[in-house]
Design a protein around this ligand. Structure first.
Ligand code: KG4
Ligand code: ZN
Length: 349
């Protein structure tokens, strides 16, 4: 079985082919970062136009590079939400055109389900598992019970974690996307230099809030700017202090989530981190220690499968295909599409 995956929900245009042995036969990722950098973040209209310009070229390359003809594909999986609506339209229309022309099934994939199942592409992880989904648009803790079956334990009430990294980097004058830059700066910084607010810590839930830390960072940066240009040492120390604070918050929220998970499930304890921020090595190492302390086995997808890519969409599509979740050509893109309501929607359909 060969599944073609299409991903266009944000600023990566990506096409992939995955087979039933979970081999990634192709994973083309065209990043738009350069065109958005001048604006300090993703501009939705520019993103949509860029997806239109590139997607046909990628399709032509896909056949050339993989040696697999589109007619040999068994189904087409596409991100149909959540994400930026212009990009979603481009991906979904392309997928519908292909599905119609090739007379193959269309499988709509929730982008978050792509991230949630991505670690299963490279490792055999059984359901259920506890999932921390941290990306540019999302920050959630979920129990993954099965394909389509998710229970939300907590989520952010304001900014996503990747968004907090990106906004912090912008304040420091660092280029978009901020996460990798902050991680790099933090490596040479003193993480105990600045004390930052830890919103939600100590509360009896699994939610997050990052707007307070953002304001605190802005105040510290403004005071520093009044004294002159921001020094390298200042940027490194503040970045390291930010990452340390973030990890304290994650550890506290996850400790509550682990307690809930353990009340529901006995047996092996599995914990997965996914989404773009999971590429951060400092966060990975801190969460590894948390898992060691609590007896969890930690799974993190390889770097290339952490950030947006179509291989995870093709794989999630294959799992959905096996369960018979097939869409018709009336499918519509969804800018919002919570993971924990999916099973109810499918039972209604
Ligand atoms: O999953 P993703 O590629 O796109 C979304 O679905 O949002 O995540 C992108 C986010 C950006 O906010 C980026 O700054 C963040 O992931 N990111 C990182 C790192 N690499 C990417 N954040 C922290 N540390 C990193 N090394
Ligand atoms: Zn993503």
């Amino acid at each position: 079985m060969l599944i073609l995956g299409i991903e266009t929900s944000c600023d990566e245009t990506s096409l992939a082919i995955v087979n039933e042995r979970k081999e990634i036969l192709l994973n083309l990722i065209h990043s738009q970062i350069e065109i958005h950098q001048a604006y300090g973040g993703v501009v939705p209209e520019i993103a949509a136009r860029s997806h239109i310009e590139i997607i046909d070229k990628l399709l032509a390359q896909a056949e050339q590079i993989s040696g697999i003809g589109l007619k040999d594909i068994d189904a087409i999986a596409v991100t149909s939400g959540p994400g930026l609506i212009g990009g979603l339209i481009v991906g979904l229309m392309t997928a519908k055109g292909l599905a119609h022309y090739l007379d193959k099934p269309l499988i709509e994939v929730n982008h978050l389900e792509g991230h949630a199942l991505a670690p299963k592409l490279t490792e055999d992880i059984e359901f259920p598992y506890l999932l921390l989904l941290i990306s540019g648009g999302h920050c959630q803790i979920l129990i993954v019970k099965d394909v389509s079956d998710y229970e939300m334990l907590g989520s952010t009430i304001d900014d996503a974690l990747g968004e907090a990294f990106d906004k912090f980097a912008k304040m420091l004058g660092l280029p978009y996307p901020g996460g990798p830059m902050i991680e790099k700066m933090a490596q040479n910084g003193n993480e105990n230099k600045y004390i930052l607010p830890k919103a939600m810590v100590g509360r009896d839930n699994c939610d997050f809030s990052f707007s307070g830390i953002k304001t605190a960072l802005k105040n510290i940066i403004d005071i520093q700017k009044d004294q002159g240009a921001l020094s390298q040492d200042f940027i490194c120390d503040l970045s390291a202090s930010f990452q340390k604070t973030i990890c304290t918050i994650l550890e506290d929220r996850l400790t509550n989530a682990m307690a809930i998970y353990e009340k529901r499930y006995s047996g092996e304890k599995r914990f997965v981190i996914s989404g773009g921020v999971a590429a951060n090595n400092y966060i990975r190492s801190k969460l590894q220690l948390l898992c060691d302390r609590n007896g969890y086995q930690l799974f993190v997808p390889p770097l290339k499968l952490c950030t947006d890519n179509a291989a995870m969409i093709a794989y999630a599509g294959m799992e959905r295909f096996k369960k018979g979740y097939i869409s018709d050509l009336f499918a519509v893109p969804k800018s919002r599409w919570p993971l924990d309501g999916m099973l109810k929607e499918e039972k209604r359909a």
